[in-house]
Write a protein that binds this ligand. Sequence first.
Ligand code: SAH
Length: 293
Amino acid sequence: MPVRFPKKPRIEEKPDFKAGLEYWASIPASNNGVLGGFGDGTLPRVDALTSRMFLLSLLPRLSTVPSSIRPLAAATTPPTHRTRALDVGAGIGRVTGSVLIHLLDTVEILEPAPHFLQEAVKASPGWKGLKEEDGGELEEGVVGKAVRFWEGGLSGFDPKEPGETAKETGRRGVWKGVVGEDGLKLDYDVIWCQWCLGHLSTVDLIAFFNKAKLALDASEPDSLIVVKENLCPDQPKDGVQGSTVFDDDDSSLTRSDLAWKYAFNEAGLKLIREEVQLGFPEELFPVKMYALR
Ligand code: SAH
């Protein structure tokens, strides 16, 4: 969630999954809840719009209309496969509903807090192109949207095999004939991580990045991991590993730019692009988007 800046620095503490979940269990399953009180203003729209533009500029093939980033000629080429995204620490599915489902065919949602996940399931019929019923047949030539819900945390999670550590709690939209329906290993065009990676220790974060990297669709060279997170200031004395600020309330770490880059580097991820989110309220920690593969 967006967090007010500044906070008192307390370095070296580790997030605790149970303490984090206890915090989130006390938070209402709403935009305002997952956004720390910033759900009713302009932030959700500004956030979603910037995320969509960021994705489209990096993966123009996700655009369904001819545009300045997707030339006319390319628009006549039919897509070769269904595209898939993973939305981790997804809360009530805010990012899926306002960003990912508009650009990708299938979205897998991972979230550990049951009341958030239930709200995501409830809200999903309102997401673009999703039918209310589970299942449904894929009509000839029609690309139906599909979403699946997984209950679980990120520690130990393998995006290729979500069923190993997370529990499927439901699916919506068109699933018949979708790859991955029958326990096949999954791969992704986009793995989206927003405002949740602070719940992982740096060791667990690097382990997750390693697995996420291997789960990107190898047949599409532009497949991406996107990290969209708060940044605390870098303290020069902390050197290459950067700085962190621990938050007692939700047992999470806010990382500095260098701390993020340290983790990316340790996981062998290449930084493709970084962009500061503009247009958020000034009292918040700065937010950055990193595109990685
Ligand atoms: N990404 C969403 C939700 C942000 S709120 C959005 O931008 O709207 C942070 C979310 O992280 C909460 O839903 C919380 O339950 C989840 N979370 C907490 N600990 C986690 C963990 N260890 N792994 C994955 N998600 C976690």
